[in-house]
Design a protein around this ligand. Structure first.
Ligand code: NAG
Ligand code: NAG
Length: 177
């Protein structure tokens, strides 16, 4: 009885140490993956927000970043429809915002394709999807709205910045696969 309880405790301790060593190793992997990006803090914040990241390999970590990109994409899509409903009397802005919405829908499909390519190990294709269909639409959306002198709310600017920073971090990570 006594010896079996010691065995249990030893097993527990071994498991704990293993978990600690793994998550420590993954912390280093995450830092290594994020440190090439222009904003390592946002990259690391995204990874630590996901409960599966302590056990994830580098491809799974890239997919976690893609999920964060997708979350911000949903917010941006919502924001453009909110903004469009706030400016019904401004046809140019309404049109630009509509184009933004179409661009985000393209980006959304790009996220799905990039994820499938990451799973399949087609890293060049994943990088292509991220740079052409995921990264480009919010850049042209913002540029078009700025050209119209549209008064962009700071929350929208911020969401776009974070989105682009995460996209850039993801590209740097995939480029090294
Ligand atoms: C969009 O965001 C607003 C708050 O900014 C919220 O009230 C609304 O429910 C959201 N819409 C969707 C479709 O998520
Ligand atoms: C954008 O969406 C986020 C989250 O729904 C919200 O906090 C923010 O206020 C929205 N901004 C605009 C301009 O709709």
């Amino acid at each position: 009885m006594k010896s079996s309880s010691i065995t249990t405790k030893l097993l527990l301790l071994t498991t704990l140490v293993t978990i600690l060593v793994i998550s420590r190793a993954n912390e280093e992997l995450m830092m290594q993956l994020c440190h090439n990006s222009d904003n390592p803090t946002l990259c690391l914040r995204c990874l630590s927000s996901d409960p599966t990241s302590p056990k994830a390999d580098q491809v799974q970590l890239a997919r976690i970043i893609l999920r964060c990109v997708n979350t911000h994409l949903i917010t941006l899509t919502n924001n453009t429809s909110t903004l469009a409903s706030m400016h019904p009397q401004d046809p140019k802005a309404a049109d630009a915002l509509k184009q933004c919405g179409l661009g985000y829908a393209t980006a959304k499909r790009g996220v799905g394709k990039a994820d499938a390519h990451l799973i399949a190990g087609d890293y060049d294709k994943a990088a292509y999807d991220v740079s052409v269909t995921v990264e480009a639409p919010p850049v042209s959306c913002r540029a078009n709205l700025v050209t119209l002198n549209f008064d962009l709310p700071s929350s929208f600017r911020y969401q776009t910045e974070v989105y682009l920073a995460l996209t850039q971090a993801l590209l740097r990570i995939i480029d090294r696969f």
